[in-house]
Ligand binder design. Structure first.
Ligand code: DGL
Length: 267
């Protein structure tokens, strides 16, 4: 048993979608979130830059004494794959838990993957899926504009701009006949309704934040690291850019106001 916080980081605020799921699955745990808002986006950067940033993000969380680290960021999870072996605490990214869930979900063996360009180019999801079932066909599409849409509040499934971008990015995957789609980026669950409306009920969406929260809970349980506390856990938020920007956007991701619990840090 261990009542230290769980550390979770992302390139920005998108990882709050994973925090929301983590609080749902592990309500008694304390959580420390770091969003690298000064350097977002990671998804269009080089491999070496993403790895350097990810190490710094994890070091910050370690300096706060966390008992486990979760990379909520699809890009970091796909590119900084060596991070797991460098850390003194248990670690998970989003790729393995999400790929496992997609393999369990598909009936017709056709899985779609959407994410940032760095995530799609890394082939991370394809690799983890094929490792589990080599007969599955994986269809990928990078959707960088989805991140901008969400960051700027274009999230309604009724919004014509959202509908148009969703159609442009997903028409090929729809034609490919996928029955399961991995939302391989922190921001995408926010526009899940628009995605689902376009693809139809026959396509199951896999939310990487949700699958990773369930995976992290099991990992903590297996290692006897769950908190003994029975009261509600506390969440603290840290960002590398202004706190005001966090206040503006965090509500979109969390669905509630957390403006008093956020601090600025410089890495
Ligand atoms: N958090 C990133 C991801 O999940 C999206 C934003 C970015 O490009 O940094 O891939």
């Amino acid at each position: 048993m261990n009542d230290s916080a769980i550390g979770i980081f992302d390139s920005g605020l998108g990882g709050l979608t994973a925090v929301k799921e983590l609080v749902r699955v592990l309500p008694h745990e304390n959580i420390i979130y770091f969003g690298d808002t000064a350097r977002v986006p990671y998804g269009s950067r080089s491999k070496s830059t993403i790895i350097r940033y990810a190490r710094q993000d994890a070091d910050f969380l370690l300096s706060r004494g966390v008992k486990m680290i979760i990379a909520a960021c699809g890009t970091v999870s796909s590119v900084a794959t060596g991070l797991k072996d460098e850390l003194p605490v248990p670690f998970t990214g989003v790729v393995v838990p999400t790929a496992e869930a997609a393999v369990r979900s598909t009936k017709n063996g056709r899985i779609g993957v959407i994410g940032t360009s760095a995530t799609v180019n890394s082939g991370s999801y394809r690799q983890e899926i094929l490792l589990r079932d080599s007969k599955i066909r994986v269809f990928q599409q990078d959707c960088p504009l989805f991140v901008s849409l969400v960051e700027n509040g274009f999230i309604s499934e009724k919004d014509d701009i959202v509908k148009l971008v969703v159609q442009r990015y997903l028409e090929k995957l729809k034609a490919d006949g996928i029955d399961t789609l991995i939302l391989g980026c922190t921001h995408f669950p926010i526009i899940a309704r628009a995605i689902s409306d376009y693809l139809g009920d026959g396509v199951t969406l896999i939310n990487s934040g949700k699958e990773t929260a369930l995976y992290a809970a099991q990992l903590l349980k297996d290692r006897h690291l769950l908190t003994p506390c029975q009261s509600d856990g506390e969440c603290r938020y840290f960002v590398s850019d202004t706190v005001e920007e966090f206040r503006r956007t965090a509500e979109i991701f969390l669905g509630r106001d957390v403006s008093t619990d956020v601090s600025h840090i410089t890495l």
